[in-house]
Design a protein around this ligand. Structure first.
Ligand code: AMP
Length: 561
């Protein structure tokens, strides 16, 4: 593998990069740097975040820009303030020895006059988010007529965020002769259109397969009912005590709700969403970056540009509506050659979407099981023991306290001591998980269920174990009275005094009318749609009364009287 100097970088820059700790170029750097250094070709780089693309365009840019001229020569457009600031910080780190070089960041949510002042002082490189740059252009505070290089970073994200018109306007103000480099994780037709409109015979380079996710990401999913998703999330978090994770929700409200519930349940979590102002967002990000927050719950939009290394898990509370969002979400882990895991919590209805993503992202998802209570306890216990094993003992200071401690514990054997010690924290988990149910939706029924009950209704019925009701009784009753056979019925959940069952939507009316006037073990049967939309009460229907008795042991013994 080549080193940075062999790629054509000057000795000074190659040394700066090495000092930062980059020993060998990443694949995109190895391919793109020699090409971009020529400074005469338009370029498209299809690369995920975390592949080292900032250095791939940043290092050539620093070589090509003339620091002796104060004209603005390079413009980098990025979708978010976070990404923009990260690019500026990387470029500044690489170019510490370029004393005359000014790199200015332009982004919303901060003082525009301060940014105008900085540009006016002379900025060879401007890194901007499109919206704020448009403001600056409106005030004639930036001159783009001297631009030689434009970099569009995370072009697909910029378009997703609705910056298409801004980008068009900005590019129209740059000279025809400029060279454009475009980076994108995915290549939807909108990005292709930008390339066609603004680039001349670009060299196209793909790191990995075009639409393929990062190969270092393991894609997993669990199938759980929507109502069990939060419990499943907690199980997964408890099963990975060292997690440093990002959790995605679809809406701001869900994001806030999940984060609040996690905090209430004692997890070290926080949330990032559009209702926060810039200062609040910065604060959350700082806490996450420096690990004082272990779990960040975020919306897709708010999490754009999150470039935190070492995220171990990305968890999706649901499958995003836009397939490309999945790539962006999961791409927040497994950065810079590390491994990462992406876990989607999928309801039976959503399982079809997994196949869709597999096709789009050309990857295979592995179905995993939500860990059972004892597995979680085992994991927690081992984590606790590891903590005990690795704890740094402050020999000098604890010494004075030990005699009293030894005295207090003198009647306990080593094994007793270990057992009690482990129990102190462990009991909490044992209690919580003692009767923990299996949250996994049965594999075969879930996949079939996804198709069958995607538009299903869930009914409450006023009969349960206390009435000797068993699943077989219910199925028989629905078949006999409503003419709704087993194949139209989904999950049945028999509780103590009542039960729930799922039915194909088309059969709901038949259930409501068919159970009118029916009795089970002398009790009038009452069903209700769980949303409370319709009800069939115990009112006896004219001329029709049927009776059932429960308990499958009595099955077949003349149940209809
Ligand atoms: P990027 O895709 O530019 O956001 O980079 C992702 C991460 O990889 C950042 O933390 C970079 O500092 C790091 N990185 C980039 N290039 C290299 C390299 N050649 N060797 C090691 N780390 C790198």
């Amino acid at each position: 593998m080549k080193n940075f100097q062999a790629l054509g970088l000057s000795a000074g820059l190659a040394e700066a990069v090495q000092l930062i700790g980059f020993e060998t170029p990443t694949p995109i750097q190895e391919k793109a740097i020699p090409l971009l250094l020529t400074g005469n070709r338009d370029f498209i780089g299809l690369a995920q975040t975390g592949t080292g693309k900032t250095a791939a365009f940043g290092l050539p840019l620093l070589e090509l820009v003339d620091e002796d001229s104060s004209a603005t020569q390079a413009l980098v457009l990025a979708p978010t303030r976070e990404l923009g600031l990260q690019i500026v910080s990387d470029l500044e780190n690489f170019s510490e020895k370029f004393k005359k070089l000014n790199i200015v960041a332009i982004y919303g949510g901060a003082s525009i006059s301060e940014q105008i002042r900085k540009v006016k002082r002379g900025a060879q490189i401007v890194v901007a988010t499109p919206g704020r740059l448009i403001d600056m252009l409106g005030r004639k505070a930036v001159n783009l007529s001297t631009i030689q290089y434009v970099v569009l970073d995370e072009a697909d994200e910029m378009l997703n965020m609705g910056f298409k018109e801004d980008i068009d306007e900005i590019l129209s103000k740059t000279p025809e002769t400029k060279i454009t480099w475009l980076f994108s994780a995915t290549m939807p037709k909108e990005v292709r259109a930008i390339a066609n409109n603004y680039m001349t015979e670009p060299v196209e380079l793909t790191v990995g397969d075009k639409n393929t996710g990062n190969a270092n990401i393991e894609h997993q999913y669990v199938v759980v009912h929507e109502r069990d998703k939060y419990s499943a999330l907690k199980r997964l978090l408890d099963f990975h005590p060292d997690i440093f994770g990002l959790i995605f929700c679809r809406t701001r409200i869900d994001t806030q709700r999940v984060a609040e519930m996690l905090m209430k349940d004692g997890y070290n979590a926080d949330s990032l969403h559009g209702d926060l102002n810039q200062a609040q967002r910065d604060k959350v990000m700082m806490k996450f970056r420096n690990r004082s927050v272990q779990i960040l719950v975020a919306t897709d939009v708010a999490a754009r540009g999150i470039d935190v290394d070492n995220i171990t898990h990305v968890i999706h509370m649901n499958i995003p509506d836009e397939m490309e969002f999945y790539t962006h979400r999961s791409g927040r882990t497994a950065r810079a050659g590390r491994k990462g895991v992406s876990i989607a919590l999928v309801s039976p209805k959503e399982t079809g979407k997994i196949r869709q993503i597999e096709k789009t992202v050309k990857t295979t998802f592995v179905r995993i099981q939500v860990p059972a209570g004892p597995e979680v306890c085992q994991k927690q216990l081992l984590a606790l023991m590891k903590k005990v094993h690795d704890v740094k003992v402050n020999e000098a200071e604890i010494e004075a306290f030990l005699p009293a401690v030894y005295d207090e514990l003198k009647d306990l054997t080593k094994n007793e001591l270990i057992k009690r010690f482990a129990s102190i924290e462990f009991n909490r988990f044992l209690d919580y998980y003692r009767n923990a149910p299996d949250l996994n939706v049965n594999a075969s029924s879930s996949d079939r269920g996804a198709e069958r009950y995607s538009t299903g209704d869930r009914f409450f019925i006023n009969l349960g174990k206390m009435d000797n009701l068993e699943k077989a009784d219910l199925l028989e009753m629905l078949d006999d009275c409503c003419n709704v056979g087993k194949k139209h019925i989904g999950k049945i959940d028999i509780k103590g005094a009542y039960s729930f069952f799922e039915v194909e939507k088309e059969k709901s009316d038949a259930i409501v009318s068919g159970l009118q006037g029916v009795e089970f073990e002398g009790r009038p049967v009452r069903v209700e749609l769980t949303e409370g939309r319709r009800e069939s009460s115990s009112k006896k229907s004219k001329g029709r009364s049927r009776s059932y008795e429960g308990g499958s042991s009595r099955r077949g013994a003349g149940r209809r009287r």
